[in-house]
Design a protein around this ligand. Structure first.
Ligand code: CA
Length: 266
């Protein structure tokens, strides 16, 4: 018994890694990101930034065909997908990825031109997880990538209730309590449910129709506009944290984590 314990102390798990070369140790934990972008300068900049600021290694491909080949051989942890690609469009790639059972779970962040709102809507409907409009800030890109990678780790970790906490807001959904900067906030039941649904889907765009359906049920007497009114009141009550509920023009609303809200300001 004693000898067994002594042996365990002599060989804690991390000592197994000591024998590995330092670079081999790093590779073990790295995320794999596939960047699909035909503009080489942009692709190179994204790769450099992500490898430097996130725990990942990135591969760059310039066409949809190459992207599908790479993903089939070795599914990545995340895809950064430019929608404007030659031959096979980014939207088509997104559609294929989100209908294939072996790739469906891989988060896709779309890169789109600021003017191509229709493409963004289509992409999100196809199942893309997030989007960034060009020209974009590398800080924002990094923040969104971090969030998407974290989500892959906790893919089923979305409980019906639970709690949420960031720089300003603390929400305890079990206790029905919300505070901002330590001061408790009084919300109506609807406002609370609205906040809960947005937070549970944080960093994702939720359409007004979806909010109506999830927060109000199928009550036909409620109009889409009343969602806007409730969101407006909720924002005001949340004071500084209110800006984390973004209006996504033409699409709906998105609750962004404080770190992303900060990155967007810079
Ligand atoms: Ca392009």
């Amino acid at each position: 018994m004693w000898s067994g314990q002594a042996a365990a102390l002599d060989f804690p798990p991390h000592s197994v890694l000591r024998g590995l070369r330092p670079d081999a140790r790093n590779i073990v934990a790295k995320h794999r990101i596939l960047i699909v972008e035909d503009e080489r300068d942009i692709a190179g900049l994204i790769k450099h930034t992500l490898e430097r600021h996130t725990d990942s290694e990135a591969e760059v491909v310039g066409t949809g065909d190459a992207a599908l080949k790479s993903m089939t051989e070795r599914p990545p942890n995340l895809v950064i997908l430019d929608l404007n690609l030659p031959v096979v469009s980014g939207l088509e790639i997104c559609r294929i990825v989100k209908t294939r059972s072996d790739l469906r779970h891989v988060p896709v962040i779309m890169l789109t031109a600021r003017t191509s709102e229709d493409d963004r809507v289509t992409g999100l409907e196809l199942g893309a997880d997030d989007y960034i409009t060009k020209p974009f800030s590398l800080r924002e890109l990094t923040a969104r990538v971090r969030v998407a990678l974290r989500r892959t780790v906790h893919i089923d970790d979305r409980p019906a209730a639970g709690s949420y906490r960031d720089a300003h807001i603390v929400a305890d959904f079990d206790a029905v309590a919300v505070s901002v900067d330590g001061e408790s906030v009084r919300l109506t039941r609807r406002e609370f449910e609205l906040l809960q649904f947005l937070v549970q889907n944080k960093n994702r765009v939720i359409s007004r129709d979806r909010l109506l359906e999830r927060v109000w049920g199928y009550d036909r007497s409620i109009e889409t506009r009343s969602v806007d009114v409730h969101v407006g009141r909720l924002r005001t009550k949340l004071r500084v944290a209110g800006r984390q509920i973004e209006t996504v023009v033409g699409l709906g609303y998105r609750f962004v984590e404080e770190q992303i809200a900060q990155a967007q300001k810079s």
